[in-house]
Design a protein around this ligand. Sequence first.
Ligand SMILES: Nc1nc2c(ncn2[C@@H]2O[C@H](COP(=O)(O)OP(=O)(O)OP(=O)(O)O)[C@@H](O)[C@H]2O)c(=O)[nH]1
Ligand SMILES: [Mg+2]
Length: 232
Amino acid sequence: MEGVEVSFECEAEKPDPVVWFKDNNEVLPSSEFIINTLNNTFHKLTIVQPNLADKGKYGIQCIKKKDISSCADLDVKEMPDAVKQMSQHDRNMFLKAAKSGTAARYYIRVMIVGKSGVGKTCLLRRLMNENIDNVKSTDGINIEVKKCKINLQTQKWVFTSDEEFSKAAYQNEQYADCGFWDFAGQKEFYATHQTFLSTNAIYLLVVDMSKDFASKSHQDMIEHEFDKVGGN
Ligand SMILES: Nc1nc2c(ncn2[C@@H]2O[C@H](COP(=O)(O)OP(=O)(O)OP(=O)(O)O)[C@@H](O)[C@H]2O)c(=O)[nH]1
Ligand SMILES: [Mg+2]
């Protein structure tokens, strides 16, 4: 595919200098074509970022014994539009994965849980340097992404705008994306929340310290009426 590095390799029985060809025209080393030779027996031609014009028949020929040669066809497929529209960083990640089969992606989920009205949404707004005017009780789950990244080396959390994150400094594998999942605290939502709760996440349990901390508030959150559902 366009942009995915490709190489041809040829190993000769005896040391002999070679020339590479594309459609019968000699290929010379350049920033696009890298030619490597090991002991004059192992030869490699690398096309760093192939494009559609690089399709063709590639060949190698010994300089002294011209009858010794080999060739192969290269087909380059067009990059899908969806990939072309990605940011440079995401496109590079895609191309890396297309080439090697894998690409490291770091995504950290922070689940904010706790009883209704304890201040989960306000806490999240504060973390994101936003004001807490007009905060309404959360309906279901609110997921905030693209507002926080974590530096994997320094472990520093960075809160800034999507625009700032699109700059090159943040577009590398040194940063993990961080998503905040702000759950509604009303017990009516608990059944659906279970679908999203995962062990691979950080949990932020928010409590209202002005309330009696020792009281077993979880007992208020259980539907006693459901005890007999499905049998006696
Ligand atoms: N005094 C005080 N009030 C707060 C604080 N944090 C939030 N509040 C108030 O508590 C109320 C509820 O805050 P939310 O952030 O909506 O609470 P929540 O836990 O997200 O509630 P649900 O979405 O219904 O689960 C709001 O009226 C806030 O103004 C705080 O630190 N101190
Ligand atoms: Mg809320």
